[in-house]
Design a protein around this ligand. Structure first.
Ligand code: FMN
Ligand code: ATP
Ligand code: MG
Length: 540
């Protein structure tokens, strides 16, 4: 049995584990529905090529199991295969699909209709109960799917079976290479995911020579001019970062438009529709933890992040403590990532059952959590073998939207999902380091930048609230460009300075980006009272 042997001999434990789980799915499907009413949806792509060979191995087992008598009496099943032909397909893909069907004696049915209508016709002609698909987590249409997912409402009724749903890009290539099976020639020309001929180009991360030479082929994410005949590409299996798999799939205008404002981020105030803010950028700080909500633990990390943001000229539009609940986190992330330019999150990142922050982030963006090989590797380096691979929750990241931001001094990278940044720090000193890392990486990659700093004046007074209210309200309306507030110093603060009053004094804060306006506002307020009523206590 060539496929079983090839996987066993590969010595790749991760691949062997994935293979075993997929074979279980296939065996369960065949015993539930029988070979007659199951079809394989094959399009010559790398994922469906993997699936083809898993199915060959699975069908062979199904036919060889049982007593010798049973095996003899059993008819040998060809794999029922459906291929939706389209005029937009690459000729290499089309011929590979047809040639492969012949080579492996697949029972091929060509369908020249769109997916839905084609399946309706198929159900009338020769019904199917289940279809095997090469869908993987990270494919746009995988959102919400499991290994067994009934077809969607409005589609003919069948079970979608996705045996390689949890396979990573690396797993796919490890399998194809270990089994030495043929795959479509386009993958050797730098294509890493193949759609229609008009929306698919080779992956620029694999570009090696000619006009578009780049030094590190795996570090580039944007598409450049693909038309130069001088341009060469490495084969698809050399792509190191599986997250770039779809970099050669050109986005439609509408999807570019939809993801623009939050995927690529804030630079200097005149793009992404943010210029109307007059250079003010807003962040949200979300802290996850039931213990903080119960008041058992102080939110020191959230406070630290707020101060850091303020110190680089960013407004903190919202700081919220969120319970350890996936739906609550997802809801908060969804809102804040829409309202704010960036969202910083701490808490709930780790391997405990209550560490569900990333699950909440994934849900907010309609993504699934999937094992991330890069983070797994790093955690293994950090924690040794106590970090058991795919079992490690911390290495499960929202698929397709995650990027790790590394910094030489920080043990664990910052996890970026669109405009949400998850920091794993649990102490303020760790957080200070991660913040430094984030700032440096964000500036280097043009994700977000420090802005012109805020200036503030803080005035303490023993005036009563009623005496202060009128003049303060007038100053506030005279300086709409400033943030003018008033709060009472806490009792604790007063006691620590040796006063015996049980009520703190009032402090007026005047904050803005233009120092002369801030001073002007302070003077204007002071003019409404006798001299010496306010003492300037400096910046906060
Ligand atoms: C056999 C088969 C079954 C499908 N079933 C569904 C379905 O139940 N619901 C759905 O929304 N799309 C279904 N689709 C469409 C796919 O989710 C997806 O749109 C299609 O594979 C095209 O992917 P692409 O846009 O990346 O080329 C099905 C496609 C195939 C080939
Ligand atoms: N034209 C088609 N005919 C039959 N099945 C299809 C067709 N298009 C997609 N599918 C099914 O949907 C699955 C997912 O398609 P997708 O394009 O993501 O993967 P792939 O083509 O196998 O690999 P790649 O990501 O490299 O293009 C396929 O593996 C296949 O099962
Ligand atoms: Mg494809």
């Amino acid at each position: 049995m060539d496929i079983w042997n090839a996987v066993a001999e590969s010595g790749d434990k991760r691949l062997q584990a994935k293979f075993k789980l997929s074979m279980n799915v296939i065996e369960r499907t065949l015993s539930l529905y029988g070979c007659e009413e199951v079809a394989f949806s094959f399009n010559g792509g790398k994922d469906s090529t993997v699936l083809l060979h898993l199915l060959r191995a699975g069908y062979a087992v199904a036919e060889c199991s049982g007593s010798a008598e049973e095996v003899r009496s059993r008819t040998q099943h060809r794999i029922r295969t459906i291929y939706f032909e389209s005029p937009d397909v690459f000729p290499e893909i089309d011929s590979f699909t047809l040639d492969t069907a012949k080579a492996y004696d697949l029972e091929l049915e060509l369908i020249r209709l769109d997916f839905k209508s084609g399946l309706v016709e198929l159900q009338k002609k020769r019904p199917i109960k289940a279809v095997f698909l090469g869908t993987r987590i990270g494919d746009p249409n995988a959102v919400g799917q499991e290994q067994f997912s009934p077809s969607s409402a409005g589609w003919p009724a069948f079970m979608r079976v996705n045996p390689i749903l949890d396979w990573s890009y690396r797993d796919v290539w490890a399998f194809l290479l270990a089994c030495k099976v043929p795959y479509c020639s386009l993958y050797d020309q730098g294509y890493t995911s193949i759609g229609a001929i008009h929306d698919t180009v080779p992956n620029v991360a694999l570009c090696v020579s000619g006009a578009n030479t780049i030094e590190d082929p795996n570090s580039c994410t944007s598409q450049k001019d693909m038309s130069s005949p001088l341009t060469n590409y490495r084969p698809a299996y050399m792509l190191r970062d599986g997250r770039l798999e779809r970099a050669g799939r050109l986005k439609s205008y509408s999807s570019v438009k939809n993801c623009k404002s939050r995927d690529t981020l804030v630079t200097n105030g005149d793009i992404n529709g943010l210029s109307d803010k007059g250079g003010l950028f807003a962040a949200a700080v979300l802290v996850v933890g039931d213990e903080i909500l119960r008041g058992e633990v102080e939110d020191t990390l959230g406070a630290h992040l707020s101060k850091e943001l303020y110190s680089i000229g960013w407004t903190v539009a919202r700081r919220a403590v969120v319970p350890n609940d996936v739906d609550a986190i997802s809801e908060e992330v969804e809102h804040r990532s829409n309202d704010c330019d960036i969202v910083l999150m701490t808490g709930g990142v780790g391997t405990l059952h209550c560490d569900i922050t990333l699950a909440g982030v994934a849900k907010a963006f309609g993504a699934r959590l999937a094992p991330d090989e890069e983070l797994e590797e790093e955690l293994r380096r950090l924690y040794g073998e106590n970090c058991p691979g795919v079992e490690n929750k911390m290495a499960q990241l929202p698929e397709g939207i995650t990027e790790l931001l590394h910094y030489k001094d920080a043990a664990v990278p910052v996890i970026r999902c669109k405009n949400v940044y998850v920091l794993s720090a649990v102490t303020t000193s760790e957080l200070a380091l991660q913040w430094k890392c984030l700032l440096e990486q964000a500036a280097k990659r043009d994700l977000f930048h420090a802005q012109s700093p805020f200036t503030s004046v803080r005035l303490r007074t023993s005036l009563r609230e009623v005496e202060l209210a009128g003049p303060l309200a007038r100053t506030n309306s005279g300086f709409p460009d400033l943030t003018i507030g008033c709060y009472r110093e806490s009792c604790q603060y007063q006691f620590s300075r040796g006063t015996d009053r049980n009520e703190g004094q009032l402090v007026i804060s005047i904050i803005g980006k233009d120092p002369s306006r801030v001073n002007e506002a302070a003077k204007s307020l002071a003019l409404a009272f006798p001299e010496g009523v306010f003492s300037d206590i400096g910046e906060g």
